[in-house]
Every structure is written in structure tokens, then in C-alpha cells.
Write a protein that binds this ligand. Structure first.
Ligand code: ATP
Ligand code: AH0
Length: 372
């Protein structure tokens, strides 16, 4: 394949922070990223966020219509702003993620979205991986691999996404395909912004600690940090993944602290979880490229830089867009699904063998044409 066969794919991600939908165009054949294009963000209103929050963990359940409507309408709203789209990659909203329990569920109906947009939609990216024994997450690593290749990186490097949850992808860029043995190691590092946001909402009535302003005035309480790091999750060998609220313990550990000390200590917990994660890498990465909202938190970034031996930089340092990388990833993965290429492998999710996850829904109009 090559640029001549490339597809204009549009990816959409509604992340664990429940703040809105990111959407971004990628021109790709599913192996090489030829171009990234237009992007857009559609924030959820406070009422919409509340509706989604109320649905978290409620799957399987029969009271999800209101949340499903929020997901559908917000996606139609933002995705219909784009022209000349060949394919959509639709992640949906994770409501529950228990790969060894009730499974993983992303709210959203790709078939209804395909009908509304008149474009084929790839969706339900995680279930096939879980069915084959994988974690079903993280899935951005194959896109991170393509980005590392296009950067012509020579030494192993890592991408870190600091969203609601943190996830890390270690890459050996000398390998020519992501699914070959030891090209990738990926896993969720631990909680990231989600519990910190919950603290800010609970204590201050604001959605997040903008620029780490509150954390910067507090002191890290070592005892709480040590108790956090005693969690078995950090010793567990990757691949491994988390649900948004798997670390409710974090808030309990700072319950007695002042607002500023609690924010500082939770920010340190996020950074320390990443440091523990990096110890699992086959060799230390030469650089850590940070994506997601946490890269805009200077206190979090400084704590990471102080604790690691490698360069810690936002992905903008290499010309990537840290607000849109995940949306781009699902555009890229959609093209891989259409081409029958894998989207995860033992090194990224622990799945038994490389697997292509994703359901394809074509719009009713094209189904009718084909039937006729
Ligand atoms: N200027 C800033 N200062 C501090 N934190 C910030 C800033 N901007 C964004 N954030 C944090 O980043 C979060 C959003 O991150 P992001 O959009 O990457 O999350 P997400 O995509 O929903 O999560 P996930 O990757 O887990 O699905 C915000 O909720 C906030 O906590
Ligand atoms: C189950 C689920 O939705 N997981 C998300 C979440 O948010 C960050 C982290 O936890 C990561 O595992 C994943 O998202 C990214 C986009 C991924 O799959 O790579």
C-alpha cells in the first residue's frame, strides 16, 4: 500500500475525563501516516457530563438511553463538521472496563452513527481483544508505533498519555511492524487526571487543577505516597489496564490533607506511578513524549522530569498534537480494521496473538444500494 491508496479517516474519542469529544482527520493506509488534518473538539455541557457520569459502571443495564443519546448527538454534531470523509473510527465512551470480569463496554452505536453520517463507521474496537484473552486496552500503541517510525526515531522511546487514566507505550523503532515480537510494550501506568479532577470538584467545585496551580502551593505527603505505591498493581507485569475508578483508594489516602497538600500529593502519585511503569520497560526509553491533558500541568511534568533519567517533553516537541493523538489513533485503527491488519498484539494488551478488533457498520443507504 502507499499514499495513492490512503484513506481519509476521521477518528473520534470520548475519554475518561468526560469533558468532550475529540475528532481528527488522518490520511493513512493503516501503516504509514501520510498526513494529519483538520480536528475539532465538542465539549459536553455540565448536564451532559452529569448524564455520562451517572452511567459509569452501569453496564449492563437498561437505563442508559439518556447517556446513549448524549454520545450519539455529540458525535453527530462534531463529526458532521468534516468534509470528504471516507471512514470514521468511533471509540465511544467507556462505561465499564473489567477484561477478566464483565468485559469492556464503550457506549455508542456505530450502526446508528453510520446512518446519521452516511459514512462507514468502525467501532467496538476493544471486545475482540478481550474475547481472545487480552486487556482490550490500551489501543493507541499501534498508532504510537507509526508516529515513532515517521519521526525516524533510532533509539527506543516511549509515549505517555496523561488523560483520566495514564498509559504508556514503549517502542523499539528498529522493528518494521508493530505486531512483531518485542516491537512494543504497552500498559496503563495508573490513575492520572480522573481522581485529581474528582478531588477538585469535591473540594473546590471546579473541574480540574488548571496549570497545577493548587498543587504548586502544597507539599507532597510521603506517607500517603508510599501507601499508594504499595498497591499490587505497580508490581504486576504488563500488559495491564485499568478502569477509570479503579484507584478510588487515592482519594481516601488524601482525605485528611488540606486541599493544596492533597492536590500536590495526588499529582506526585500520578508521576510516581509512571516512574514505576517505566521500570517495566525492556530498556529505558531515550525520551518520553507526553500526550493528553496532563502534559499541560507543569507541576506533573516537573515531577516526571525530576524522577526520570530521560527527556520528558510534550509531543508538540516532535510536531504532534497532544490534544488529538487519541482521536487520530482511532482513525488510524479504523483503516487497519478495514485492511484486515491487527490493532493489538501480545505486547500491547496481552492478547494471545495479534488481533484486529472492530466492527464495521455501513450506512443504511449504501446497504440498500448493495442489496438492490
Ligand atoms: N492546563 C491544564 N492544567 C492542568 N491539567 C490540565 C490542563 N488541561 C487539561 N488538564 C487535565 O487533562 C484532563 C483532560 O485530559 P484528556 O483530554 O487527555 O483526557 P481524556 O482523553 O478524557 O482521558 P483518557 O485518555 O484517559 O481517555 C482534564 O480533565 C484535566 O484534568
Ligand atoms: C478501557 C478504556 O477506555 N481505556 C482507556 C483509558 O484512557 C486511557 C487509558 O485508560 C487507555 O487504556 C484507554 O484509552 C486509550 C485511548 C487507549 O486505548 O490507548
Amino acid at each position: 500500500m502507499g499514499r495513492a491508496q490512503a484513506i481519509r479517516a476521521l477518528g473520534a474519542m470520548s475519554g475518561t475525563s468526560l469533558d468532550g469529544v475529540d475528532a481528527a482527520m488522518v490520511l493513512t493506509d493503516g501503516e504509514t501516516v501520510f498526513e494529519t488534518g483538520q480536528s475539532a473538539y465538542r465539549a459536553y455541557s455540565p448536564e451532559e457530563t452529569a448524564t455520562l457520569r451517572a452511567a459509569l459502571g452501569r453496564w449492563p443495564g437498561d437505563e442508559l438511553e439518556a447517556a446513549a443519546r448524549v454520545i450519539h448527538d455529540a458525535h453527530v454534531d462534531v463529526l458532521s463538521r468534516f468534509d470528504d470523509v471516507h471512514l470514521v473510527g468511533f471509540h465511544g465512551q467507556t462505561l465499564a472496563h473489567e477484561p477478566r470480569g464483565r468485559g469492556t463496554h464503550q457506549l455508542g452505536d456505530g450502526a446508528a452513527l453510520a446512518d446519521a453520517l452516511g459514512v462507514p463507521v468502525v467501532w467496538d474496537f476493544r471486545s475482540a481483544d478481550v474475547r481472545l484473552g487480552g486487556e482490550g486496552a490500551p489501543l493507541a500503541p499501534f498508532y504510537h508505533f507509526a508516529c515513532a517510525r515517521s519521526l525516524e526515531a533510532r533509539e527506543p522511546l516511549a509515549f505517555l498519555n496523561l488523560g483520566g487514566v495514564g498509559n504508556l507505550t514503549w517502542i523499539d523503532p528498529s522493528k518494521d511492524r508493530p505486531e512483531v515480537d518485542s516491537a512494543l510494550l504497552a500498559f496503563d501506568t495508573g490513575p492520572a487526571n480522573a481522581p485529581l479532577n474528582d478531588l477538585m470538584t469535591e473540594r473546590r467545585g471546579i473541574p480540574f487543577d488548571a496549570d497545577g496551580t493548587l498543587a504548586a502551593t502544597g507539599t507532597v505527603v510521603d506517607g500517603a505516597l508510599e501507601l499508594f505505591l504499595d498497591e499490587g498493581y505497580f508490581l504486576k507485569m504488563p500488559p495491564k489496564s485499568l478502569d477509570r475508578d479503579d484507584f478510588s483508594l487515592m482519594l481516601d489516602l488524601v482525605r485528611e490533607l488540606s486541599d493544596a497538600d492533597a492536590a500536590a500529593t495526588m499529582t506526585a502519585m500520578v508521576a510516581a506511578a509512571v516512574m514505576r511503569g517505566i521500570e517495566h520497560c525492556p530498556v529505558p526509553p531515550a525520551r518520553l513524549l507526553v500526550t493528553g491533558g496532563g502534559r499541560k500541568n507543569p507541576v506533573m511534568m516537573a515531577m516526571l522530569a525530576a524522577g526520570l533519567d530521560c527527556a520528558v517533553e510534550p509531543v508538540e516537541a516532535v510536531g504532534l498534537d497532544g490534544d488529538m493523538l487519541e482521536a487520530q489513533a482511532f482513525a488510524f485503527l479504523a483503516v487497519r480494521v478495514m485492511r484486515g491488519l491487527p490493532t493489538s498484539c501480545p505486547g500491547t494488551t496481552g492478547v494471545r496473538a495479534a488481533v484486529g478488533g472492530g466492527e464495521v457498520s455501513r450506512p443504511a443507504s449504501s446497504r440498500a444500494v448493495r442489496l438492490g
